[in-house]
Design a protein around this ligand. Structure first.
Ligand code: F0G
Length: 473
């Protein structure tokens, strides 16, 4: 039986080889941005120590995000040539709609220019003052859009999700008991939806189990609240279910994904992640009234409902990507490549969120740099050092992103992490080996990394535009 399962995991490969290879060969290449340390030092100063302000050609290995950074396949490029650019009723829309419907089963499919547009539209329709949106964890734009509509965004992560040292299979889950308590306390009529983020990006890219989704849906149905799935990384989530959840090892990932969607009443997707597209997304709903109102806002801000701010060729690339991402050879490699980076970092003595997620490894900067207090932004200090040392770009997920200034008082985030997000099908093992070597180098002199001081920061989504300075030693 064990052997049988192994063979299944290997797909068409018939021997349990130790090395899991990149399941593609390279057709087009792009040079990396090599710089000297002096140049990088100047770049950092000019960018006010905010890596979002650094030009990408000054970056050697860009792990800022896995969003919109995928390499598209030859087939996706071929599909793009078939893009129908008609304003209304383009053929490409129907291809797109068919792909989304086959995957999700939802009736009304609206393309949008990226995930946050779906969030803005849905919260404009359903949110507003006095309402609370409940989630396993809102991603930062999801939270910002919910709050911009006037409602409260409440995170109810599973117990243990913030214990970064202890691995567990499904740390992305929602806390079901806290969910029921919250519904009773707040009142079902004040909760327009439960958002399930798959995988849970804000808390380490951790997956949500099918059992947790099923139970959330049961509770939601009981109280008459729709479940909306933020499915940016649905395929990685489905693959983790196949790997980790009893009863799923012989199911196809595509079927697992379909079952996941069956527990929701709609989905918001950024197709810049698990659709290998460089732009795009969708809002898919079952409720005709929500769909009608959403379409009106879509026309106002995005475009006619059959293109929603995208070109016909983008719709084609997304439709194709939604199918390609469910390839099990690809997912085996994808999850293994993240684990490989995690193993290297552990060996270098770098504490990470355990276990590694589906799209990124999250370094626990609070633990790695205990000499820097949260108000000194340890994550940002590490982000700057990665760039200064070797031109690696990563992102802080900590007090710069989530900390607040309340009545002149600094309120830190509950975590200080640095995310190393891996673009899909872009970097090879030698790039990752290099990243590990750089971490080994930094680990040796980590006690010298300086705290950072925030000089300027917007009230919302501070991290994108913040200006910082290293504190003098
Ligand atoms: N939901 C999740 C879970 C996300 O990770 C993102 C984006 C969005 C929604 C918004 O989608 O960018 O297309 O508007 N995450 C990117 C990241 C930005 O780097 O994790 P978008």
């Amino acid at each position: 039986m064990a052997l049988f399962l192994k063979c299944l995991a290997l797909g068409p490969m018939d021997k349990p080889w130790k090395t899991i290879i990149e399941p593609f060969k390279i057709k087009t290449v792009e040079p990396l941005g090599f710089t000297t340390e002096a140049q990088r030092e100047a770049v950092l100063r000019e960018a006010c120590y905010n890596l979002f302000a650094v030009a990408a050609d000054k970056v050697l290995i860009d792990l800022l995000t896995d969003s919109g950074t995928s390499a598209m396949s030859a087939e996706q490029w071929a599909c793009m040539m078939r893009g129908d650019e008609s304003y209304a009723g383009a053929r490409s829309f129907f291809t797109f709609e068919g792909a989304v419907r086959r995957l999700t089963g939802y009736r009304y499919v609206m393309p949008v220019h990226q995930g946050r547009a779906a969030e803005r539209i849905l919260f404009s329709v359903t949110g507003g003052p006095g309402k609370t949106v409940v989630s396993n964890s809102h991603f930062d734009t999801t939270r910002a859009n919910a709050e911009a509509s006037g409602c409260v965004a409440l995170d109810l992560p599973a117990q243990g999700a913030l214990d970064f040292d202890t691995p567990a299979d499904f740390k992305g889950n929602i806390d079901l008991k806290a969910l029921e308590d919250a519904i009773r306390r707040i009142g079902a009529k004040n909760i327009p939806m439960i958002v399930m983020t798959l995988t849970n990006n804000s808390l380490g890219g951790q997956p949500v189990s099918m059992a947790n989704l099923r139970e959330t849906s049961r509770i939601a149905l009981h109280y008459g609240i729709p479940v909306i799935i933020d499915c940016a990384r649905f395929a990685e989530n489905a693959f983790f279910i196949k790997r980790r959840e009893p009863g799923f090892s012989s199911r196809k990932v595509s079927e697992i994904a379909q079952e996941m969607f069956s527990y929701g009443a709609g989905a918001m997707m950024s197709s810049k992640k698990d659709a290998f597209a460089n732009i795009g997304g969708f809002l898919a709903l079952n409720d005709p009234e929500w769909a009608k109102q959403s379409r009106e806002i879509l026309i106002l801000g995005e475009g006619f409902p059959t293109y929603g701010g995208l070109a016909g060729r983008d719709l084609e690339a997304i439709a194709r990507g939604l199918e390609e991402v469910l390839d099990e050879e690809y997912l085996t490699y994808r999850i293994r490549s993240i684990e490989y980076l995690a193993e290297g970092l552990r060996q270098a003595g770098v504490p990470i969120v355990e276990p590694p997620g589906g799209h990124a490894v999250y370094v626990n900067a609070k633990k790695f740099l205990p000499h820097i207090k949260p108000e000194g932004y340890p994550g940002q200090s590490l982000v700057c050092e990665l760039y200064r040392t070797a031109g690696i770009r990563a992102v802080e997920i900590g007090s710069l992103m989530f900390g607040r200034n309340q009545d002149g008082r600094f309120v830190p985030a509950s975590m200080e992490l640095v995310r190393l997000a891996i673009p899909r099908r872009v970097y090879t093992q030698s790039h990752i080996d290099f990243v590990i070597e750089v971490f080994r180098d930094i680990a040796r002199r980590k006690d010298l990394l300086p705290p950072m001081r925030l000089i300027e920061g917007a009230a919302r989504l501070t991290h994108f535009t913040a200006k910082l300075m290293p504190e003098p030693a």
